[in-house]
Design a protein around this ligand. Structure first.
Ligand code: BV8
Length: 232
């Protein structure tokens, strides 16, 4: 029996113990800001300064954050598991990479990347972006945070769906299962016959679709699961 192919989806909960706010927990980001104002293209068109300030604050916070045992355990899994491991994150921080992960699919974009709204050129974002910054490629004053907002198509969906179609195990870590298409990945994995595991502090909206529920703090549950997989 060849080593199982594993697909992992992480959400804001995996970065909570590194001090980065989640979205829907008590006092989370969506309690402080209206999604429509800071995480939609319409909000950016209406008030670009508000959106640039929102992501500048998160970029600075994320730059100062350090990975926790959960990020480090997933990096260990990626380097030591003999089967394939596909790590997909909804998070826009770089804590998986800081924790040692080499390949991370950022389906909702990344704080450390800037995007040209006109030619779609990408470059490393400065810590503080400004409104109307020029694109280094086409020169248009159309720089924006390289973030997938509501109503925009998440990145790398073909690659993710291909990995889910051949998954033996699907694990969702620290995500409330509210946002699609990510919240639908567990269904795709089940169609592929994968064993599905949820590791969360509180049960997600789609908890009923998981075979195995492991409640608790990611810094505890994830290293325990990785040790289990690597000892098989
Ligand atoms: C799309 C930006 C279609 C980055 C985010 C109308 C028009 C278009 C689409 C829609 C529409 N109505 C609905 C939709 C679909 C929409 C959607 O799902 N809306 C929901 C709210 C109903 N989705 C979209 O718009 C997506 N695009 O559908 O495009 C399309 C088709 C064709 C062509 C073009 C377009 C785009 C979705 C991406 C939006 N961007 N963020 C940023 O600012 O960060 S989503 C946002 O929520 C975050 O990125 C995050 O990824 C996402 C999910 O949040 P979670 O990570 O789950 O965090 P949350 O706080 O919710 O939960 C934390 C969990 O952790 C909890 O369970 C908690 O218990 C747990 N936890 C806490 N501490 C710990 C812990 N667990 C373990 N240990 C701990 N210590």
């Amino acid at each position: 029996m060849s080593a199982p192919s594993i697909v992992i989806l992480t959400g804001a909960g995996i970065s909570a113990e590194s001090g980065l706010g989640t979205f829907r927990d008590e006092g989370g980001l969506w309690a402080q800001h209206r999604i429509e104002d800071v995480a939609t293209p319409e909000g950016f068109a209406r008030n670009p300064q508000l959106v640039v300030d929102f992501y500048n604050a998160r970029r600075t916070q994320a730059a100062e954050a350090t990975p926790n045992a959960a990020h480090e355990a997933l990096a260990r899994l990626q380097s030591e598991h003999s089967g394939s491991v596909t790590l997909v994150t909804q998070n826009v921080d770089a804590l998986h990479e800081k924790g040692g992960s080499k390949t991370v699919i950022h389906m909702h974009g990344a704080l450390n990347s800037a995007l040209c709204g006109r030619c779609e050129h990408r470059w490393s974002a400065p810590l503080e972006m400004t409104v109307g910054q020029s694109c280094p490629h086409c020169g248009a004053p159309s720089a924006r945070p390289d973030i997938v907002w509501f109503g925009e198509m998440p990145y790398e969906m073909d690659r993710i769906e291909k990995a889910l179609a051949r998954a033996d195990v699907f694990v969702a870590i620290g995500t409330s299962g509210n946002v699609y298409p990510a919240a639908g990945f567990v269904q795709l994995a089940r169609h592929a016959g994968a064993h599905t595991i949820e590791m969360n502090l509180d049960p997600g909206e789609n908890v009923g679709l998981f075979d195995d529920i492991r409640p608790g703090m990611a810094s505890q549950t994830v290293p325990a699961w990785v040790s289990e997989v690597l000892s098989q």
